[in-house]
Design a protein around this ligand. Structure first.
Ligand SMILES: NC(=O)c1ccc[n+]([C@@H]2O[C@H](COP(=O)([O-])OP(=O)(O)OC[C@H]3O[C@@H](n4cnc5c(N)ncnc54)[C@H](O)[C@@H]3O)[C@@H](O)[C@H]2O)c1
Length: 260
């Protein structure tokens, strides 16, 4: 039996990003109400334009998740439009890398504020509404939240934090009927990966991509995860039928974190 998403509401932060859009596509297709929150108003508008057929079922909220007031406002706007919240997906995030002894305070603050603080405060304001629907939170963490990644200490700290806040909240929210899980993908073909290769590839983005793929156990068959594959996983994990799954950090990473 498939879940009937009609009348249910999904709020996605980072909603105009690669994984956010792919996930929104699936929930819209399934008949759900989708609220997309993102700092990038232009890309939100472009998604709305491309999905005009969704009509009133699609809401765009320009929001900066580093601002606690914006986290509160995006939840309030979602409830004002749709009346309930069933799923919160935290997909807003940024990548940063480089030697730790060259890192700046600005890099630390931006990464931790978006990836970790933003995730926490989106949850914080969504919890009361999710309690009413026995809803679910899915936090997009990373394989870098499970294993140390040389040259990405700040990003790892942010995503490791997301994994552990997810587990702590799972214990806290279980008596209130709210589930929460972390999704931990490896490299996904999204604008973030393009940004990484362009910014940190030393002028050789293809070489950067090859270096990433060289640690995958698939050898010559290695490829990056597609955003649609993460979206499918998230969509399935949001199902109210998966009641026992809470507090998990679920890998979608071709086995890169499974061992050596
Ligand atoms: N792409 C990868 O390889 C990869 C791998 C593992 C985990 N992740 C994580 O998955 C999530 C989704 O990333 P993606 O690959 O779709 O990247 P993306 O860059 O396509 O999307 C990220 C979105 O977050 C938004 N955002 C950034 N700062 C924000 C802020 N302050 N407030 C609100 N929105 C903000 C961006 O505008 C963008 O739309 C991120 O948390 C990322 O860290 C990505």
């Amino acid at each position: 039996m498939t879940v009937d998403w009609r009348g249910r509401t999904i709020l996605i932060t980072g909603g105009s990003g690669g994984m956010g859009r792919a996930t929104a596509d699936l929930f819209l297709e399934a008949g759900g109400n989708v609220a997309l929150a993102d700092i990038d108003a232009q890309r939100l508008a472009a998604y709305g334009e491309a999905n005009r057929a969704a009509g009133d079922r699609l809401l765009a909220v320009t929001a900066d998740v580093t601002r606690v007031a914006d986290c509160e406002r995006m939840v309030a706007a979602t409830l004002a439009r749709f009346g309930q919240l069933d799923v919160l997906i935290n997909a807003a995030g940024v990548w940063v890398e480089g030697p730790s002894d060259e890192a700046t305070e600005a890099e630390w603050d931006r990464t931790i504020d978006i990836n970790l603080k933003g995730t926490f405060f989106a949850c914080r304001y969504a919890i009361p509404a999710l309690e009413k629907t026995s809803g679910v939170i899915l936090n997009i963490a990373s394989d870098a939240g499970l294993l140390g990644n040389a040259g990405a200490a700040i990003y790892c700290a942010s995503k490791g934090g997301v994994v552990l806040l997810t587990k702590a909240m799972a214990r806290e929210l279980a008596p209130r009927g709210v589930r929460i899980n972390a999704i931990c993908p490896c490299d996904v073909e999204t604008p973030m990966l393009e940004f990484q290769a362009a910014t940190y590839g030393g002028g050789d983005p293809d070489g950067y991509r090859k270096r990433l793929l060289s640690i995958y156990p698939q050898g010559d068959r290695a490829r990056f995860v597609r955003p649609e594959e993460v979206a499918e996983f998230v969509f399935q994990m949001a199902s109210p039928k998966l009641a026992p799954v809470t507090g998990a950090a679920l890998s979608i990473d071709f086995g890169t974190t499974a061992g050596n």
